[in-house]
Every structure is written in structure tokens, then in C-alpha cells.
Design a binder for this molecule. Structure first.
Ligand SMILES: *[C@@H]1O[C@H](CO)[C@@H](O)[C@H](O)[C@H]1NC(C)=O
Length: 350
């Protein structure tokens, strides 16, 4: 009789120990990068790289155009929810949120940004070094809010999501002569990788330990790049895709190098190239009807200010589209990719 009472109690205590560890294991999600993750910081900047107007956000809770380049939520929102935290990651500059919200998740990202300072300068957005300044400011507020010990624990146990790099090629390198005159593509990749490493060393020195580093997507298959593909109209630009793959190979080498160099650093490389390629090449397997053009407008080129309330032809059901606008996946594509990322993220960091 006695054992039938004791055993359940021990069992119960073990479950409590496991679940309280699981909750404390990742107390916050902290996000750096570009429009793939920006939840609205650019709303507070005089830049063209913003989208805080309809039809953006039409499938977000409340139909709010938050400044996310999407009809709904972004991968960090889904990852946060998947880790048992908030269902949305607030933008650090949004005055409707405060340190009590940011203590469990915050986004410093800025649409239009890149690993290259000169990329953010084109659209007058926050470069990575400025995002790091916000992170320092955040730490001061977090220490005042939680006390040093608890704040340090949040900073070292948080999951850091870093997603950036596409704009260095698609906004900067291919559009403006300056970087092309200075660097060949392989040399520019090396320059960006060096900047990525410096950025990671910087946030490591500020306490970050658990990183999810997102590679480049299949850039050549973004609807706008298909439209601009003069060789084979409406096909993916193979050239751009090869650049993304080569960059990603170099990034993976960096990840190994940095984890050796920086004790206690754990970096999970997130292969968004593979995840998004699956949706683009086999859309019907995931319940999508359209993968080549986007929902907003003609789907050929509209993004940002060109995708607005008056833009004609916008689709009625974005769930049928892999892409919401000509540069960014739809909410459902983001959800599917996040669901595929979550098991390895949890295995690595919970
Ligand atoms: C980017 O700009 C910041 C601030 O001016 C500077 O500290 C940093 O070294 C620059 N990065 C590169 C790679 O030039």
C-alpha cells in the first residue's frame, strides 16, 4: 500500500522538476535582423522600408498592420509560441509595450538591414551595430526590472534568433555599383561572413549563448527575382540561388569555427533555403495553390508601399500562396517553416 502512495509522489516531483527546468530553459526570445523577423521597429523611422498599413497584417490578430512584412505572424512569433512563451514578439521601439513584455521576448530587427552597414544606409534603417546598441539599452532596463541575477540568467538562457543577409545581395550588391566595384561575389560573401562573425562575437560578449542563425533563402525564387529574371522570365534565378547556397556553406563553416572559439556558445544553423524550397517546389503537398507569384497585387513586384489598400488584384485567401508579397512569405508559409524548425530548436535549447 505504502509504495503505491510513495511512487506517484516521487513521479510527481520528477515531473515538476522536469517541467520547471523546461520553462526556465528558454525564458526569452531575442531577435536581430531584417524584414524576415522585424515586428515593427521601422514604424518609428523615416524610411520607405515599412508596411504599417493595410493589407499588411490583415490575418494578424485584430487585423492589425503591425509593421511585419506579412499578412500575419513571422517565424519568431511561432517559435516563441512553440517554446511556451508569448504568441508574438514585440518590436523594441513600440511604445505600447514595456520591459515587462520585453523580458520574455523582444525584436531589435529592422527591415532593409543587412550584415553590411552600407545596406541599412540605403533605406535609412537600423544596421546591426545599432540593433546591438538597442540590446545594450535593453539589458540596462532588464537589470532594473528583474535585478542583476535574474536578468543575467534571462540574457544567458534566452534563444537569440538572427535572420539577415538577403538584402546585402538583393538591395545592395546587385542594385548599386559601390560594392560591385569593390568586391567579386565570393569576396563580398567573405566580407559579409566576417561581419556576421563580428556580430556574433559582440552579442556573445554581451551574454548571448544560444543562437539560431538563419541562412539565406532561395533568393532567386522570390517572386520579384523571378520577374526580374530576363534570361528565363518567371523562372527562379539560378544565379541568385547559387549565391545563397555558397553563402550558406560559408556560414555553416563559421558556425563550427565560432563554437570552438567561444566557450559555452551553442549555434544552430537554420536551413531556411531547404525549408522554403520545399514549399516552392511542391506547393500542393502543403496545400498551396500558388508559389511563383505573391498574393498582394499582381504578385510580380509589389512589396512595401507598392502593396497598399488601393493595390488592385490582391488575392482573397493568402493561405493559398507561399508568398504574401513579392519579397516575403505568407503567414501560412511562415507557420509551416516554423513547425519544421521547432523540433531541432527544442532539442538544442530546451
Ligand atoms: C559599421 O558601423 C559601425 C558604426 O559606425 C562600426 O563600428 C563598424 O565597425 C562598422 N562595420 C563595418 C564592418 O564596417
Amino acid at each position: 500500500m505504502a509504495s503505491s502512495i510513495i511512487i506517484p509522489w516521487i513521479f510527481y516531483i520528477q515531473i515538476l522538476a522536469i517541467s520547471s527546468k523546461a520553462i526556465a530553459a528558454v525564458p526569452a526570445i531575442i531577435v536581430f535582423g531584417d524584414s524576415s523577423i522585424d515586428s515593427g521597429n521601422n514604424n518609428y523611422l523615416p524610411t520607405l522600408a515599412k508596411c504599417n498599413f493595410e493589407p499588411y497584417g490583415r490575418d494578424f490578430p485584430g487585423g492589425t498592420p503591425t509593421g511585419r512584412f506579412c499578412n500575419g505572424r513571422l517565424p519568431p512569433d511561432f517559435v516563441s509560441e512553440g517554446f511556451g512563451l508569448k504568441p508574438i514578439i514585440p518590436a523594441y521601439l513600440d511604445p505600447t509595450f514595456s520591459i515587462s513584455d520585453f523580458a520574455t521576448g523582444v525584436c531589435f530587427g529592422s527591415s532593409g538591414s543587412g550584415y553590411d552597414n552600407s545596406t541599412a544606409a540605403i533605406l535609412k534603417v537600423f544596421p546591426l551595430w545599432k540593433q546591438v546598441e538597442f540590446f545594450k539599452d535593453y539589458q540596462t532596463k532588464l537589470r532594473a526590472y528583474l535585478g542583476d541575477e535574474k536578468a543575467n540568467e534571462v540574457i544567458s538562457e534566452a534563444l537569440y534568433i538572427i535572420s539577415v543577409g538577403t538584402n546585402d545581395f538583393l538591395i545592395n550588391y546587385y542594385n548599386f555599383p559601390q560594392r560591385r566595384a569593390q568586391f567579386t561575389i565570393p569576396k563580398y560573401e567573405d566580407f559579409l561572413i566576417g561581419n556576421a562573425e563580428d556580430f556574433i562575437r559582440k552579442i556573445y560578449s554581451l551574454g548571448a549563448r544560444k543562437l539560431s542563425l538563419t541562412g539565406l533563402p532561395p533568393m532567386g525564387c522570390l517572386p520579384l527575382q523571378r520577374t526580374l529574371n530576363l534570361k528565363i522570365p518567371h523562372s527562379c534565378s539560378e544565379e541568385r540561388n547559387i549565391v545563397a547556397l555558397k553563402f550558406n556553406e560559408k556560414l555553416k563553416v563559421s558556425v563550427v569555427k565560432l563554437t570552438i572559439e567561444l566557450p559555452g556558445l551553442e549555434v544552430l544553423y537554420t536551413d531556411v533555403y531547404e525549408l522554403l524550397s520545399q514549399l516552392i517546389t511542391q506547393p500542393s503537398q502543403y496545400g498551396f495553390e500558388v508559389a511563383e507569384t505573391a498574393c498582394c497585387g499582381t504578385g510580380l513586384f509589389e512589396t512595401g508601399i507598392l502593396c497598399n489598400r488601393l493595390t488592385p488584384y490582391t488575392c482573397l485567401d493568402a493561405d493559398k500562396y507561399v508568398f504574401w508579397d513579392a519579397f516575403h512569405p505568407s503567414e501560412r508559409a511562415n507557420k509551416i517553416m516554423s513547425d519544421e524548425m521547432l523540433p531541432s530548436l527544442k532539442l538544442a535549447f530546451l
